[in-house]
Design a protein around this ligand. Structure first.
Ligand code: SAH
Ligand code: SF4
Ligand code: F3S
Length: 460
């Protein structure tokens, strides 16, 4: 049981400080949710700590998309058993998609967990914690509509802000837990989003990344003609905002209106993350994706026709039930035909309760691994080749900060969202930190298959 006072600022008796350790797994949506929870907790007197030993509350914001993701959380919870025994006042909370999927079952399995909070309920975290303080084991996983004020976030970057504009998913891809863990699609009111983005730019944010599971379907559920294209248009007009991105798109929801709008608006990144998942019509049908390989290739054509330099990203699942060598060869052929700027490949993981769980998970793990490695290698070849053709080219890079992997470099993103790094020091040895948060014309000098290197144009 948590031993902190419900509000330490008015506590009559001295209590343990409200310190929270929070770890986030999974997609950008989860990271954005963590920022909202932190804001709510901070309003309520909580302080974030970066190490477990100093915390009185441990929160895991979890992912359920593959078993591997859940196994990591199970591992973390296993480790906490001893810590909880040594520090009975420690509260343990699970939020996010695994919490939503497993609900009460998580408590059965890990009886020392105090709090299980679903993907819509986390906005009530301070109130839920009060119940934990009072000695209750709390499980709250109902789906609900959000009140707008719940979106205040404590942000981890001061250049780019992640802004969830819709939640949930109305597709039913047969392998996927997201419709179960995030519920039905809900779009936010565009006026509220505009207000939020205006406030962000007033604070100095120069880039906004709109988030949604199928972001290109944004607005459909509002039923008033709102579309992502119109939202982009509206946000584009905001002074101070320099770049607008959005992820992730479903191939079926990319309209000509959206492509035309992207092409026309200079601040919109020329970039689409639009997962193909497979290059076999048979497998796509089993996956419930509702498009064919030819449809996907037509989409690529429609996008490149309007934006020749657009960068396309895909996700692929290998080893879906019944995927034959021939099906897999189709995926390789699709990658060869499109040549993606980037792709993420996942080995199929059977998820309980999904329609595909009725199909035998019959591709041997060794075959899954071999197919996965083959796609990873092919992607690197494509990337390396594409990068080499860019040597000498000029790109407009929004500099986001000092590179996390190399403190002597600045990193940023091109119009097409490609990762580009430039030396932090100029020829005179002066740090170019003044470039952070600015769009800088750069010339690409060299590359590896993973990284593009550049120099600011004025100096190249
Ligand atoms: N909403 C996004 C993706 C959500 S999950 C979209 O529809 O594009 C991110 C990626 O995880 C998916 O694109 C898919 O490639 C992968 N994925 C989802 N379920 C999976 C499963 N059961 N096994 C393996 N990979 C999976
Ligand atoms: Fe999952 Fe499909 Fe929805 Fe994406 S579109 S979240 S893969 S059900
Ligand atoms: Fe994982 Fe949930 Fe995101 S399952 S990928 S955290 S929507």
């Amino acid at each position: 049981m948590l031993t902190v006072a419900p509000d330490s600022s008015v506590a009559a008796t001295p209590t343990v400080p409200k310190t929270v350790y929070i770890e986030t797994f999974g997609c950008q949506m989860n990271h954005a949710d963590t920022e909202v929870v932190l804001a709510r907790l901070e309003e309520d007197g909580w302080r974030r700590v970066t190490a477990l030993p100093g915390a009185n509350l441990v929160l895991y914001n979890t992912c359920a998309v593959r078993d591997h993701a859940e196994a990591k959380i199970r591992g973390r919870l296993g480790e906490l058993r001893l810590l909880k025994a040594a520090q009975p006042g420690l509260a343990i909370g699970i939020m996010g998609c695994m919490a939503q999927r497993e609900k009460q079952a998580l408590i059965k399995r890990f009886p020392y967990v105090d709090l299980v909070v679903g993907t819509d309920q986390f906005v009530h975290m301070p109130q839920l914690l009060e119940r934990v303080v009072a000695g209750e084991t709390v499980v709250e996983t109902a789906f609900e509509d959000f009140e707008e004020r719940s979106w205040t976030a404590t942000r981890s970057s001061d250049i780019n802000a992640w802004v969830p504009v819709m939640r949930g998913c109305n597709y039913n891809c047969t392998y996927c837990v997201v419709p179960f863990t995030r519920g039905r699609e809900k779009s936010r009111d565009p006026a509220q989003i505009e207000q939020e983005v205006r406030a962000l730019t007033a604070k100095g944010f120069v880039q906004v990344t709109l988030l949604g599971q199928t972001i290109d379907a944004y607005g459909k559920t509002l039923g008033d003609g709102t579309t992502l294209a119109r939202l982009l248009e509206r946000l584009h007009a905001i002074e101070g905002l320099q770049r607008l991105r959005f992820v992730t798109s479903h191939p079926l929801d990319i309209t000509d209106e959206l492509l035309d709008t992207m092409a026309r608006l200079p601040k919109v990144a020329k970039h689409l993350h639009v997962p193909a998942q497979s290059g076999s019509d048979r497998v796509l049908r089993l996956m419930g994706r509702r498009y064919t390989v030819a449809d996907y290739l037509r989409l690529v054509e429609r996008a490149r026709h309007r934006m020749p330099a657009i960068e396309l990203l895909s996700d692929f699942i290998v080893g879906f039930p019944r995927e034959s060598d021939e099906d897999f060869a189709g995926t390789v052929a699709l990658m060869e035909a499109v040549r993606f700027a980037g792709s993420y490949t996942f080995m199929y993981s059977q998820r309980p309760g999904t329609p595909a769980a009725h199909l035998a998970d019959d591709v041997p793990i060794a075959v899954k691994k071999a197919r996965c490695n083959q796609l990873l290698d092919l992607q690197l070849v494509h990337q390396g080749e594409a990068y080499r053709t860019l040597h000498g080219a000029v790109r407009q890079v929004l500099v986001e900060g000092i590179s996390k992997s190399d403190a002597t470099m600045l990193h940023g993103r091109s119009e097409g969202n490609l990762n580009i790094v430039l030396p932090l020091s100029d020829a005179q040895g002066r740090a170019r930190t003044h470039l952070i948060g600015k769009i800088v014309p750069v010339r690409i000098t060299h590359s590896t298959s993973l990284t593009l290197f550049a120099q600011p144009l004025a100096e190249a």
